[in-house]
Design a protein around this ligand. Structure first.
Ligand SMILES: [Zn+2]
Length: 134
């Protein structure tokens, strides 16, 4: 038994493992495979298996920084989706009055009040300035 644990520990050492995006790909796989058998539609198994492959690829990946970034992007999008469904009016009001940008240098997400025409945006985190249309 000890040798098995040793092997597993060495095998998994430095690998990325699970995160929110991994969890979401697994859920996606489950939903698609259940739909596939419920509807007797084998075509649905193709995206389902792709999601499963993505899950294991990310789990086993040693490029943890890249996987972490992917998860951050996922969490940002998921946060927006959640807000859209839990507070739809606030979501639309927010997007009516504010424009969202990503800093080209540090990828910080920025919210700017909408005005007519172009505005100069200054990233509070890294100080980069860029011109955007709101
Ligand atoms: Zn920045």
């Amino acid at each position: 038994m000890n040798r098995l644990f040793d092997f597993l520990r060495r095998f998994l050492y430095g690998r990325y493992g699970n995160d929110a995006l991994g969890f979401a790909t697994l859920i996606g796989y489950l939903i698609l495979s259940i739909l596939s058998s419920a509807l007797n539609n084998l075509i649905l198994m193709i995206p389902a298996l792709l999601l499963l492959i993505v899950y294991f690829y990310r789990f086993m990946s040693k490029r943890t920084a890249a996987r972490y970034q992917e998860n951050q992007v996922f969490l940002r999008i998921w946060g927006g989706v959640k807000r859209f469904f839990t507070h739809p009016i606030a979501f639309f009001k927010d997007h009516l009055h504010y424009a969202y940008f990503t800093c080209p240098t540090c990828k910080q997400k920025l919210r700017v009040p909408r005005k007519k025409g172009k505005v100069r945006v200054r990233c509070p985190k890294c100080g980069t300035e860029f011109i955007k249309k709101t």
